[in-house]
Design a binder for this molecule. Structure first.
Ligand code: PMP
Length: 439
């Protein structure tokens, strides 16, 4: 036997495995609804015009390729925080979305990360070392803080925290019967079931996989649970789709801004240090492979921010040493130029609009096929009610299997449809396939 013969083959990642199966399929009408990456109306990957232009400018300026510092590019770190908290237009969104003025940014430690996943992993490593410990009823000792994840959530979330040695639990989020947020269940779980000092992961917008976000009033109720400090909960925002939910990056950041405003140093509730933010630029800049992200911890003052930053660097250095250069430069180039920023806002709106149009068409085609079905019209309303890249269709695993077998339509078995894979050319075929397997 060889040294490694005892190593069992690992199961394939559910989402990445789907793409492999799709690629191996030679059927001409095959459709990939698994991938969480934007596609244009021809089903092709997209480089945003604003990012293309930024790349052109970067090439011309013949920059070097030295290492970045461990914490990443200083300008990028500032731009990431500014994009999360400040309006990218002049004043337009300031009042409505809790927007910060650049001169009033709260104390915070921001480091550049290996995209959103890297930000979450870095947060997890930091939390394991420094977060207040959860009193364990079962023993005299304390255990690392529990991370509470919405049910359901992005399939990689449990693994990220598990691999960092943090226990996880679920809180109720989506009511599959009523196809809405189970706000009462969620609040109940946060108030009564989450152990003290738990870290609550919140999708900032465009919840993956359900496409179902809290509305303004619901966010306010959740914020009150944190503000009352009943359990001294920490909020960890995962913002992977800023701009994708509504087409407006300011509007999509409203929940994050309201939490930071209420819970930061000088905020009305004065419990600073309770908000963490993981940002991904993969989708909204379309720079998936460049791994562009940031992690921010909001702190009570600048001294705490400096200490937190130094510890984040201490974690990053032995793990990956420093983050990649090019993607951060692309984002800087866009966000530091007013015209390119405007172009980018338009690019994001265009992606969000195309997805919205496909939602409307898909629903319309499905409802047009109703006479042959036993369905109530409301069956298909979530397609247009939901936001962001995904539609949580409510399809059963057997129906998903049938779609794949009979129609060469690929999606995850939880019924999540990536709307980015729907085009004017395949939407009718897709509607026919969906109508058939649900009939
Ligand atoms: N969080 C959520 C909810 C996501 O859907 C994704 C991407 N699928 C990520 C984080 C991280 O993506 P990336 O590492 O490419 O930024």
């Amino acid at each position: 036997a060889s040294i490694w013969s005892h190593v069992p083959p690992a199961p394939e990642d559910a989402i990445l495995g789907l793409t492999l199966a799709y690629e191996a399929d030679s059927h001409p009408l095959k459709v990939n609804l698994g991938v969480g990456a934007y596609r244009d109306d021809d089903g092709a990957p997209v480089v945003l015009p604003s990012v293309r232009e930024a790349e052109r400018r970067l090439l011309q300026s013949r920059l070097g390729m030295e290492y970045l510092p461990v914490a990443g590019d200083a300008r990028f770190r500032y731009n990431a925080l500014r994009m999360a908290l400040c309006s990218l237009d002049d004043d337009s969104a300031r009042e409505a979305y809790g927007t910060f003025h650049e001169s009033q940014l709260p104390p915070a430690a921001t480091v550049q990360t290996l995209s959103g996943t890297g930000a979450l992993r870095l947060a997890a490593e930091f939390l394991r070392r420094f977060a207040p410990r959860t009193d364990s009823a079962a023993s005299t000792s304390t255990s690392p803080s529990v991370v509470c994840l919405p049910q359901p959530t992005w399939s990689n979330h449990p693994s990220v925290f598990r691999d960092a040695g943090l226990p996880t639990m679920s809180y109720r989020y989506y009511d599959g019967q009523r196809r809405t947020v189970d706000i009462d269940g969620m609040l109940h779980d946060l108030v009564y079931r989450a152990p003290p000092h738990s870290v609550v992961l919140l999708h900032a917008c465009a919840h993956n996989p359900t496409g179902t976000d809290l509305n303004r009033q619901q966010w306010q109720r959740v914020l009150e649970v944190f503000a009352e400090r009943r359990r001294d909960l920490l909020a960890l925002f995962d913002m992977a789709y800023q701009g994708f939910a509504t087409g407006d990056a300011d509007r999509d950041a409203a929940a994050v801004r309201s939490f930071v405003r209420a819970l930061s140093a000088g905020g009305e509730h004065g419990c600073a240090g309770r908000v963490l933010l993981a940002q991904s630029f993969s989708k909204n800049f379309g720079v998936y492979g460049h791994r562009v992200g940031a992690l921010t911890l909001f702190t009570e003052d600048d001294a705490a921010a400096a200490a937190v930053e130094s510890q984040l660097k201490l974690i990053a250095r032995p793990m990956y040493s420093n983050p990649p250069l090019h993607g951060a430069r692309l984002v800087n180039t866009v966000l530091e130029d007013a015209a390119l920023t405007q172009q980018w806002r338009q690019d994001v709106r265009q992606m969000a609009d195309r997805i919205r149009q496909m939602r409307a068409q898909l629903r319309q085609l499905l409802e047009a096929s109703l006479p042959t079905q036993n369905h109530h019209p409301s069956t298909w309303s979530p397609i247009t009610d939901q936001v962001g890249m995904f539609c949580y269709s409510g399809l059963q695993p057997e129906q998903v299997d049938r779609l794949r077998r009979e129609f060469h339509v690929y999606l995850t078995r939880d019924g999540r449809i990536s709307m980015a894979g729907v085009t004017r050319a395949n939407v009718a075929y897709l509607a026919h396939a969906l109508a058939t397997v649900t009939d």
